[in-house]
Every structure is written in structure tokens, then in C-alpha cells.
Design a protein around this ligand. Structure first.
Ligand code: SF4
Ligand code: SF4
Length: 138
């Protein structure tokens, strides 16, 4: 938080963490991701070929007026996060892939298998969402 657009935002970037995960390869890997997605609020996304799990959680540093209680000593990841291409300002922010429920990952696995088998009648889904998309808390 810190740019002028932060004045109009409810600190979207301070309400979750996104952690990198190994790129799934095996049936078991995808089954684990399915399990993540069975938990309310959890999403998994792919950006620049890297996979992340996103966990909703309000930062303890957030004040009731959506300002940062520890702004001067905020963690490095928060300092590196730039308003302008963020959850609020980056309205057209897009992922390579976004999975919001277990059906999403099951459909992805099915399509992946079909592509492997040479069935290219349908392209893999390309999800987009207007907000969220950071790699860590801010
Ligand atoms: S989401 Fe963007 S505008 Fe909102 S507080 Fe974070 S950096 Fe500022
Ligand atoms: S420490 Fe970071 S995530 Fe927490 S309120 Fe401050 S800027 Fe937001």
C-alpha cells in the first residue's frame, strides 16, 4: 500500500497469501491440488508457467481504515509489490490458468489427457479474473 490508488482500495492485496507449489505432473499431484480446491476460498493459479496456491487471510498488520500498521517496517515482499499492476489497479490482470474449484482441475486434467492422446479439438481453458494475482502478501 502506498500509491494514490491505494487511497481508494480496501487493501485487496493484504487479504491473502499466494505460495509457489511444484508444477503437478503425476495423477497424485493433481489429486493433491483437487484436495486444496475442496477447501473453501482456496484457489490455484498458473502465472509464467509457475504454479501457486492462494489462501485467503487478512494480514494482522491491517488497520480498520485499511492502512498498514507497520508501514515503515513492513516485510520486503510488501515493499516490492507495486501499485499500478496490482489487484485493484490491474483490472485486466490475467492468469495463464485459474482453478477455483475441484471441477476446474478435473476438467484441466481431462483436457490435458485428451491433448496427450492427440485430441486437439478443444484448447485448454484460459481463465481470467479481474482481481487477485499476486505472488505473496503485500
Ligand atoms: S491492491 Fe493495489 S491499490 Fe489496493 S492497497 Fe494493494 S497496492 Fe494499493
Ligand atoms: S504488512 Fe504488508 S500485507 Fe500486512 S497490512 Fe502491511 S502492507 Fe499489507
Amino acid at each position: 500500500m502506498g500509491s494514490v490508488c491505494c487511497e481508494h482500495c480496501t487493501a485487496a492485496c493484504c487479504h491473502y497469501i499466494a505460495l509457489p507449489i511444484d508444477r503437478p505432473e503425476s495423477r497424485r499431484d493433481f489429486d493433491d491440488i483437487r484436495w486444496y480446491l475442496m477447501h473453501k476460498g482456496i484457489t490455484v493459479f498458473v502465472e509464467d508457467d509457475d504454479w501457486y496456491v492462494q489462501i485467503p487471510a487478512k494480514c494482522g498488520g491491517l488497520l480498520p481504515d485499511n492502512r498498514c500498521r507497520v508501514y515503515e517496517t513492513r516485510p520486503k515482499i510488501c515493499r516490492e509489490y507495486k501499485a499500478g499492476d496490482c489487484d485493484y489497479a490491474g483490472g485486466s490482470y490475467g492468469y495463464d490458468e485459474l482453478f477455483q474449484c475441484e471441477e476446474d482441475i478435473l476438467a484441466y486434467v481431462k483436457q490435458r489427457q485428451a491433448n496427450k492422446n492427440g485430441n486437439k479439438t478443444k484448447k485448454p481453458r484460459k481463465a481470467r479474473r479481474a482481481h487477485h494475482g499476486r505472488r505473496g502478501a503485500s
